[in-house]
Design a binder for this molecule. Structure first.
Ligand SMILES: [Fe+2]
Length: 189
């Protein structure tokens, strides 16, 4: 499963961070799973979006169709109800760019201990196991971990089981919280 990390992703990182900190963050309901996600800013300037698409293309050799792009701020408080999840309902691939950092924070990738499941399931019994166990990380083996470092990008197969760490987020607000640029994208075939 593709997991590629790229350090120094944004040439103008300080500017992008300034843009991110000037946006409005609110709780959004995502129609695909009818779930509330707090701390989302979707009003991404088009030039930034285009620059990211070009950069992904140079890294993956795939032309990029961005499906959903946003910054996400995760601080202790209300949060999305699931931990171990996939992004496949939205697109084929996920790009994250960490805008802040904290020791122990990052993105974990997982295999379900009992069933061996590590990607988006299709069999009913695996779907049930995922639903039952997605909030208990002790039931999952961490197979990979990408440490959160400012301006580090990670690109991965959206079907991969993963989780934002720490699950509580960190910091107190936009000045120091867990802040990530996210683009869910499909290759243009
Ligand atoms: Fe995700």
């Amino acid at each position: 499963m593709l997991i590629k990390t790229i350090d120094s992703f944004f040439n103008n990182f300080d500017h992008v961070l300034h843009v991110a900190r000037s946006l409005q963050y609110k709780t959004e309901v995502y129609p695909a799973d009818n779930t509330e996600y707090p701390g989302i800013a979707k009003d991404i300037p088009d030039p930034l979006k285009r620059a990211v698409c070009r950069k992904i293309c140079t890294q993956t050799y795939m032309p990029v169709d961005p499906v959903l792009t946003f910054f996400r701020l995760s601080v202790p408080g209300p949060r999305a109800p699931h931990y171990v999840h996939t992004d496949l309902m939205t697109a084929r691939y996920t790009l994250l760019v960490y805008m802040t950092e904290e020791p122990g924070a990052g993105t974990g990738f997982y295999r379900h201990k009992r069933t061996g499941m590590n990607k988006h399931p299709t069999e009913p019994d695996l779907i049930q196991a995922w639903v039952d166990d997605q909030r208990d990380l002790s039931l999952w083996e961490e197979t990979n971990f990408v440490p959160m470092k400012a301006n580090r990008a990670v690109i991965f197969d959206a079907a991969a089981m993963h989780c934002a760490l720490p699950t509580t987020g960190f910091g107190k607000d936009i000045s120091d919280g867990r802040l990530v640029f996210t683009m869910f994208w499909n290759p243009v075939l």
